[in-house]
Design a protein around this ligand. Structure first.
Ligand code: SAM
Length: 268
């Protein structure tokens, strides 16, 4: 009860208007322009990129079709992952993010160059940023509209009903203000994964808001136990759950970020 009250109070003065108020350029410039020298939000990106490398580099996590959920204006979640699948589907709720992703996909433009260079270094790859991003674009099949609050999040936008791998970064908690909504979001996206499929989820704990441009977006306060119990009840075996504490955040109020690797062992 106390927690619900706190969550509601913190959420006041925040928005969930992703379609109208989320500024992709500000988000990219502020959170994704530099790694790791610029310690934005407590080295969040460095932590996430290291986890992606660790999960995908051994080559055991692989499949035909990967869906990235709530891709936003960035493609960092597929830098490592795209090498281990045939087809990549990006997705987002906000049309302005999908436009930015489509502009990247259908042109010679590069995005998040410093983050890509960091991943290549971690992988000990001899590829250039342009070569890796060209290879990533070659795997992308579509940029899909998605709403994780719906029981069929992709609607009629995709012929594929279940994917081999799902990645998602900082989306499920951003699309919820209550733990019940978070659980519903998790169940909705879990339905898009095959039994035996891998779910790689990056997020933050104990966050009630984060800033993009002039606006504060609301987010549900979550503990590690909230997330683990949610995914276990959605039919997952949690293989790995890593956390890192930070006090450096400026544009949000989280104190811990996490990376989870789970395998779906049964339908709900
Ligand atoms: C904090 S951003 C994360 C973007 C990117 N994945 C990252 O890691 O930086 C949250 C993203 O979730 C998307 N989003 C918000 N509500 C959503 C919903 N109901 N369904 C799907 N995506 C949603 C937003 O449009 C935004 O791109």
């Amino acid at each position: 009860m106390y927690l619900v009250l706190l969550t509601n109070m913190a959420a006041s003065g925040t928005t969930m208007d992703y379609a109208g108020l989320f500024d992709p350029e500000w988000y990219l410039k502020t959170f994704l322009s530099s790694i790791p020298d610029q310690h934005i939000e407590g080295d969040l990106m460095q932590f996430y990129m290291d986890k992606y490398c660790k999960i995908f580099q051994p080559g055991e996590v692989k499949g035909r079709q990967l869906l990235d959920i709530g891709t936003g204006p960035s493609v960092h979640s597929i830098i490592s992952a795209s090498r281990h699948v045939d087809d990549v589907y990006l997705s987002d709720f906000a049309a302005q993010n999908r436009k930015l992703l489509n502009d990247w996909w259908k042109s010679d433009k590069t995005l998040i160059e410093n983050v890509t260079a960091y991943v290549l270094k971690q992988e000990k790859s001899s590829e250039t940023v342009v070569e890796r991003q060209t290879a990533m674009k070659g795997k992308v099949r579509a940029v899909l509209p998605i709403d994780v609050t719906l029981s069929n999040p992709l609607g009629s936008g995709s012929d594929i009903t279940q994917f081999d791998i799902i990645t998602s970064s900082l989306c499920l908690e951003a699309a919820a203000l209550t733990i019940d909504q978070y659980r519903t979001n998790a169940a909705n996206v879990a339905s898009l994964l095959k039994v035996g499929g891998h779910f790689i989820l990056n997020g933050v704990l104990e966050q009630t808001w984060y800033q993009v441009g002039e606006y504060k977006f609301g987010s549900v306060w979550l503990s590690r136990e909230d997330i683990e119990s949610t995914f276990v009840s959605c039919g997952f075996d949690i293989k790995q759950f890593d956390v890192l504490k930070t006090d450096d955040e400026v544009y949000s109020d989280f104190h811990v970020f996490f990376a989870m690797h789970a395998v779906k062992v049964r339908e709900m």
